[in-house]
Ligand binder design. Structure first.
Ligand code: IVH
Length: 669
């Protein structure tokens, strides 16, 4: 992959993470499971490891979570609230231990404090002279929301502590959560116990919080001048003496093998617990070693969360149907006897593609293990062969699309393999299945964003033959629609309004909305930046100047071939021409704003808590630029620790403004 493509992939992942952070932290309604979320994070971190030029302020290696909601007063944590890196298996654990040994340059025997990881919301409680004076949420790790009054409604949280050995000034940290039983009573309001805890804790009115039984378990400290306690396990015991609840399953173990064995057992037993646990936390027990090991950007080197796998259940396949997606991909879906997986009734599970069916030898009538992670589509993991009937036959994947076209498997020039996915070759609107999906894409959020016209409505209008092509949306027969069941005057006028609103669309969104394979939102942006106007773009297409797009950093042969194939079909060109006359497609705006617009910066010396790469991207995100030498064009020289004197001197001579890191950051708020 080219550097530009890697960057695109990376940015896509960062954007995805941002979206899910918002859903999780701001809306309290995640769309994906923790496991899926962790996978996105892991992929980002892996990319950063492999390609060191990648960086983003929003990377999990920089920020710790999502900015807190605007509704609460904020408070800076005296010691930042960290997150934990994750382990998913024994190899990750061995790696964790290896890194510790490497860091300490010593293969010493270590003890681990093992603590169940309750799936709730972390909170920090500041006690001064034994009195609870401040309670805050984690927020972005640096700044949390002040939720003292809400936290005070929780019985497990002591408000006054009189023990002689209780530190004069300390932040106690732990997890706020709701028990499964209590959650059952709130099922209609929240998706899961974690959301219920988060939603309840962030009520503006503490009386509302009081109505829901929240619990608190303490497990660590933030600010704390400690000279007596030597081990995490001792600290946990002290917490108990001081009146906090700690987890009854906390224990100390001595080796990675012991951790793995305990994890295996606990993973099964966890269902009997009163609360949801999503893994185990292992911490090096010695506080002195913890101190020596310290932290990476946002997680301690001395601790890790060993996650449990997703929920699963066994059920029987009653049918296998084929779904056709927007790009023509045929996706087999297993219809299964309804089964409850982690509180959700599941009756469909994806089989991914033809190759997966062959690899797992999945057949009609098979009893299969179905895994469901959060809200993502459940999938078939394996077949229970012992339960297979004698007469069972291999599943024959259809070679024809439901529309009648012969399907194909494309050859991937890069991997030099045929794709696993079988596709309907139609690139126009001939295949009905693809056409409906294309229209759904056309109206979707990142495309024309017509919110009055959801996917279900598209299907309905399709069945009623009200739409066949995207342009039909702009010529709807509203009189006919107003006579349909469920369509009142108000909904019709809302629909009309949102369709009219969508007519003004920027070129990049428009190019994305057409649904050309391999032209996602990022590539559409690149094409729009290059062609600038829709008429230019149409000109490129008309004169078949696709190869010129190879000049664009980020556009490669895959995209060019896809564009060529798309426009080989004359009807596609006609559709776009038609749309361009119906819509107001605006040219892509060049960056005209940003706090640092038209400003050039240069660094000298080491920055605090920030790599050069991050600092550079921060400047660029705000429309500034970074240069590498002191000259008249330079506006600001930012000075870190141990700057190069010659550079500072030179800058002074040229009258260039000199900023400390703090002064520079204050330009950005
Ligand atoms: S220690 C550096 N201990 O897991 C220490 N965290 O990803 C970080 N959590 O935000 C916290 N149980 O909400 C710690 N026994 C435990 C925990 C625990 C649950 C949560 C906590 C934290 C997240 C870390």
């Amino acid at each position: 992959m080219k550097e530009s493509q890697i960057k695109i992939k990376y940015n896509r992942l960062i954007n995805e993470l941002k979206k899910h952070n918002k859903l999780y932290f701001e809306n309290s309604s995640p769309e994906i499971s923790d496991k899926e979320y962790d996978e996105i994070k892991k992929e980002i971190l892996n990319l950063e490891k492999k390609f060191t030029y990648l960086n983003s302020t929003f990377s999990p290696s920089n920020s710790l979570g999502f900015v807190p909601s605007k509704n609460f007063i904020k408070s800076s944590h005296r010691v930042k609230m960290l997150s934990l890196s994750n382990a998913f298996g024994i190899n990750d654990l061995k790696n964790f231990e290896k890194k510790i040994f490497n860091y300490l340059s010593d293969k010493i025997k270590v003890e681990f404090s093992v603590e169940p990881k309750i799936d709730g919301i972390s909170a920090s409680l500041t006690y001064k002279d034994g009195v609870l004076v401040l309670g805050a949420s984690r927020g972005d790790g640096f700044t949390g929301e002040v939720i003292t009054e809400n936290l005070k409604t929780i019985e497990d949280i002591p408000q006054k502590i009189t023990n002689k050995d209780f530190p004069k000034d300390i932040d106690i940290r732990g997890e706020v959560f709701i028990k499964k039983n209590d959650f059952n009573k709130l099922k209609n309001d929240f998706a899961n116990p974690r959301n219920a805890a988060s939603g309840t804790l962030r009520q503006k009115n503490p009386d509302e919080t009081k109505k829901i039984p929240l619990n608190f378990i303490a497990y660590t400290y933030g600010y704390f001048k400690n000279d007596k306690i030597k081990k995490q396990s001792e600290f946990l015991n002290s917490l108990q003496r001081w009146g906090f609840k700690t987890n009854e399953h906390n224990k100390v173990l001595n080796s990675i093998d012991d951790l793995e064995n305990f994890h295996k057992k606990f993973e099964k037993d966890r269902f009997d617990l009163e609360y949801d646990v999503d893994g185990l936390v292992y911490k090096i027990n010695s506080l002195e070693l913890q101190k020596r090991l310290g932290f990476t950007a946002n997680s301690p080197r001395w601790a890790i969360a060993h996650k449990f796998s997703a929920d699963s259940a066994y059920s029987q396949i009653t049918d296998i149907s084929i779904q056709v997606g927007r790009t023509g991909a045929l996706t087999p879906v297993a219809r299964i006897k309804p089964v409850n997986i982690g509180g959700v009734v599941v009756s469909n599970a994806t089989l991914h593609n033809e190759d997966e069916i062959i690899r797992k030898d999945i057949r009609l009538g098979d009893t299969v293990k179905v895994e469901r992670a959060g809200d993502v589509i459940p999938h078939v993991v394996l077949v229970d062969l012992k339960k297979r009937g004698k007469n069972s036959k291999k599943f024959v994947f259809p070679k024809k699309c439901p529309c009648g076209f012969d399907t194909i498997k494309e050859f991937n020039k890069i991997t030099k393999k045929f794709e696993a996915v079988r596709r309907c070759p139609d690139r126009g609107f001939q295949c009905e299945k693809i056409a409906v999906e294309k229209i759904k894409h056309f109206i979707s959020k990142e495309a024309l964003n017509i919110d009055g016209l959801g996917k279900k409505v598209v299907e309905k209008f399709w069945d009623l033959k009200l739409i066949r092509f995207p342009q039909d949306i702009f010529n709807l027969n509203y009189t006919q629609i107003s006579k349909l069941d469920g369509w009142g005057d108000l909904s019709v006028s809302n629909l009309k309004y949102s369709i009219d609103e969508s007519k003004k669309v920027s070129l990049d969104r428009f190019l994305y909305s057409i649904g050309i394979r391999h032209i996602g939102i990022e590539n559409a942006k690149l094409l729009a930046e290059y062609t600038k106007t829709i008429s230019n773009f149409l000109d490129f297409v008309k004169n078949k100047k696709f190869d010129e797009f190879l000049n664009i950093d980020g556009i490669g042969e895959t995209q060019i071939n896809s564009l060529k194939k798309f426009f080989e079909n004359k009807s596609n060109y006609k559709i776009i021409e038609k749309l361009s006359s119906l819509l107001n497609i605006t040219d892509l705006k060049l960056k005209k704003e940003g706090k640092l617009l038209n400003n050039t910066f240069m660094f000298t010396g080491k920055l605090l808590n920030m790599s050069r790469a991050e600092a550079k991207s921060l400047i660029e995100e705000n429309s500034g630029s970074v240069v590498s030498s002191v000259n008249k064009k330079l506006k600001y020289l930012i000075i870190g620790e141990k700057p190069t004197n010659r550079k500072v001197q030179h800058a002074k001579e040229l009258g260039i403004k000199i900023l400390s890191q703090k002064e520079w950051l204050s330009l950005l708020d």
